[in-house]
Design a protein around this ligand. Structure first.
Ligand SMILES: [Fe+2]
Length: 380
């Protein structure tokens, strides 16, 4: 009886937690950790239904997993199922999603819906499985929770009954967070759009930089994607890099047109004005952008050896994202015409980047960048 009260108390605490956070990862971790604890399960995972009507693993008790949908459900002969994504009716998770009903199996490996991943012998230890659909009030499927007991004991029918109201509240909470995320993303699009208009207006003042920020964003995202595996960037970091790249020269609004378009060498006081544009840009976007975007813009002219501006930051003091933007920005500037010079060939620009690794640019990033451009057909 006492244990029953304890379980009930835990369930109530879980439901209360839904109103404390709007972070999807946190809420999923709370629910999963507690359910695994209450049911004495060995492991658990939460899958969400994506736009392609496939189930993607979002969290598991062993690690937080956030992957791009394209990384899932490509179960060709070369890419066998790995347990992190299921199509409708595929495996136990897919069956529960398709039928929208819970499934409890006492000896799952004997069931024909059970899929083996990796080491078959090891998988045989998954004896008892409890898989529950996440369905909202309109009877729409949102995802699936999958729990397993590998060592001792079995799940019971009463567990399904006990979890029913929690699953309903949980699905409600998921939908609220998704709605909140959509509103946030729309608001972000509007502010980025407004700032983009300003950047385009600045580029229009200088015929040589027309389209520059758009191309820089494309180069920076290409490099960031290539670096993502190495540095573990998440989706948000890529977004920050893209937004910062699109807006990086917004501070040039404070630089007079005659300086931007000057054909000859700049005087020292004119250079002073140019050197202020990263700081001015950071201040312009500060009220409406994340701290990360602001800092990337502020640091986009910093160089490894401290010869950059505005602060002369060195090596580790420069954000990785700003190092990425610096390479993309320099490459596009070199391969575009300027008022004071003809554009360099791509091979020459690549050579200059390579000559400057370790002093101006990060060596790994430059190699990744040039390698990626080659793969994408850039002709050096
Ligand atoms: Fe700049």
């Amino acid at each position: 009886m006492e244990s029953c009260f304890k379980d009930f108390d835990l369930l109530c605490r879980m439901i209360r937690a839904f109103s404390y956070t709007l972070v999807m990862e946190n809420i999923c971790h709370i629910i999963l950790k507690n359910i695994v604890h209450i049911l004495k399960a060995d492991s658990g995972s939460i899958f969400f239904l994506n736009q392609n009507q496939e189930l993607e693993m979002f969290v598991s008790t062993t690690e937080l997993m956030i992957r791009k949908p394209s990384a899932y459900c490509d179960h060709s002969a070369d890419n066998p199922a790995c347990g992190t994504g299921f199509k409708m009716n595929e495996g136990i998770v897919g069956w529960v999603a398709a039928h929208k009903e819970p499934l409890k199996l006492d000896n799952a490996p004997e069931d024909k819906r059970y899929l083996f991943f990796g080491n078959k012998k090891k998988d045989m230890r998954h004896k008892s499985i409890l898989c529950l659909p996440l369905i909202n009030k309109e009877e729409m499927l949102k995802g699936v929770i999958n729990l397993s007991k590998k060592k001792t004991g079995f799940f019971k029918d009463e567990h399904i009954k006990m979890l029913e109201p929690v699953m309903l509240q949980f699905t409600d909470a998921i939908e609220n967070i998704q709605r909140y995320q959509e509103i946030q993303s729309r608001a972000k699009q509007i502010t980025v759009g407004a700032l983009r208009s300003l950047t385009i207006a600045i580029e229009e003042k200088d015929m040589y930089t027309r389209g520059h920020s758009k191309r820089v964003a494309r180069y920076a995202v290409t490099l960031a994607r290539a670096a993502a595996r190495r540095y573990g960037f998440r989706r948000l970091d890529l977004e920050n890099i893209e937004v910062a790249s699109l807006l990086h020269d917004i501070g040039k609004i404070g630089v007079p047109e005659n300086i931007l378009n000057k054909k000859g060498p700049l005087k020292e006081d004119e250079w002073d004005l140019i050197r202020q544009h990263p700081e001015k840009g950071a201040r312009i976007v500060e009220p409406v952008q994340s701290l990360k975007v602001v800092e990337i813009i502020r640091q986009h002219h910093e160089r490894l050896d401290g010869s950059g501006y505005p602060f002369g930051l060195k090596r580790e003091d420069i954000l990785l994202e700003a190092k990425i933007l610096a390479i993309a920005d320099s490459y596009d500037a070199m391969t575009s015409n300027r008022s004071y010079r003809e554009r360099f060939t791509k091979a020459k620009a690549a050579g200059i980047l390579l000559e400057s690794v370790g002093t101006l640019y990060d060596a790994d990033l430059v190699r990744l960048f040039l390698g990626r451009l080659k793969v994408e057909g850039e002709d050096f």
